[in-house]
Design a binder for this molecule. Structure first.
Ligand code: FAD
Length: 351
């Protein structure tokens, strides 16, 4: 693509923020429209990058490349915004029985796992605060990125630079135009980064979104300063000092994206099962993840209107996928790069 006039990014969650940062570092003129994070998945997230995931203990897709990319990008954002975003942590993985232990041992003895898995068998700083499990192992090179602070601070940065449009984007424009006159400016392209709200985007809602609602608590456990992430039946993630994030849940049917009583009751029970110490819940948040059938991001130009572009589908792993694929989209748009087939929206037919 020739150097464009100006680009409009719709949505300033993690995807829109990381793409805007790519544009900023490459001097691509742009503005960002966001409805003040009204429908934000990012605000509910722990910002965890966990290299070994799931019940089969497998390495996350492309984790080596994603980590190499994520670290310098978040460091750059820390410098730009003058805030601390990244904490390097280990994950303590609880194993509930001998078959889980065998599965872990087999999975992590494969080539390429050495740098991420370790045999350390203790609950670390959680010892005495949680019920003892059958065994523990450790996952190395995890990150916790304070993604909610990131998008709040980046919003202020955009405001100061007069690059933020505080609005609900309206789709009543003509997609065939060579430029779009919106918000008293002219834009040559629009990149949609609206998270799960893409299901209401008339140009891209043919893509197989499968949004899933999740919720989270921020809590304190009496006497505990957590030093690691604990992955038991549920996650406990240190958020600085004695603050702990715990959350998850996958609701495929939901009435709204607000915190629910149902989650509250279920998660409190899970916390009661895990914790021996007293705890206090300070905050309850909810968000809908932009999950996609096939669990790969969605990048590319609209098949009919090539000035309309999408960067979405970060699903459950925006913190690790976001930095790499924001750069991938930038290179595709401006450096003649090719999109990976696995993320290119051309893999789906337009309806
Ligand atoms: C409980 C929970 C825990 C999670 N934990 C993790 C984790 O530990 N690690 C991880 O990597 N991921 C996690 N995730 C997933 C993570 O939140 C997502 O991958 C990522 O944040 C998605 O970012 P996004 O920018 O695509 O979407 P969003 O964060 O939803 O951002 C979209 C933005 O667009 C705005 N918007 C939408 N429509 C419009 C419109 N028409 N006009 C203007 N603005 C609009 C929204 O208000 C919002 O600000 C979690 C999610 C949840 C719900």
């Amino acid at each position: 693509m020739d150097k464009p006039q100006q680009i409009l990014i719709v949505g300033q969650g993690l995807a829109g923020t990381l793409l805007s940062y790519q544009f900023l570092t490459h001097n691509i003129e742009h503005k960002v429209v966001d409805n003040h994070h009204a429908n934000s998945s990012t605000l509910a997230a722990a910002g965890l990058v966990n290299p070994i995931t799931g019940r089969r203990y497998v390495k996350s897709w492309m984790i080596d490349e994603l980590l190499d990319f994520a670290k310098p990008i978040y460091r750059g954002l820390e410098r730009l915004l003058d805030i601390k975003l990244v904490t390097h942590l280990e994950v303590i993985r609880s194993l509930q029985n001998v078959s889980q232990e065998n599965l872990w041992n087999t999975a992590t003895s494969r080539p390429g796992y050495n740098e991420y898995a370790s045999d350390n068998d203790s609950a670390g700083s959680y010892t005495g605060f949680v019920n003892q499990r059958f065994a523990y192992r450790r996952i190395k090179q995890a990150l916790q990125v304070n993604v909610s602070e990131l998008i709040k601070a980046y919003r202020l940065f955009l405001q100061e630079k007069d690059m933020l449009i505080d609005d609900d984007f309206n789709f009543s424009f003509k997609p065939k135009m060579n430029e779009f006159s919106l918000y008293n400016s002219r834009f040559s392209h629009i990149v949609f980064c609206e998270g799960y709200k893409a299901v209401e985007n008339p140009f891209f809602n043919y893509l197989p979104f499968q949004p899933s609602k999740g919720e989270s608590f921020e809590l304190e456990i009496h006497g505990l300063i957590p030093m690691e992430i604990l992955r038991d039946e549920i996650f406990l993630v240190p958020m600085g000092e004695n603050r702990i994030w715990s959350g998850g849940g996958y609701a495929w049917k939901y009435d709204d994206d607000f915190p629910s009583e149902k989650f509250s009751a279920e998660w409190t029970k899970k916390l009661d099962d895990l914790l021996m110490a007293e705890y206090r819940i300070n905050t309850h948040r909810a968000g809908v993840r932009p999950s996609v059938k096939g669990r790969r991001p969605l990048l590319g130009k609209h098949p009919l209107y090539e000035r309309l572009i999408i960067f979405n589908g970060l699903g459950t792993k925006g913190t690790s996928l976001g930095p790499y694929f924001a750069n991938h989209l930038y290179e595709y748009l401006f450096e003649d790069g090719q999109l990976l087939n696995e993320v290119n929206i051309q893999r789906f037919d337009v309806k």
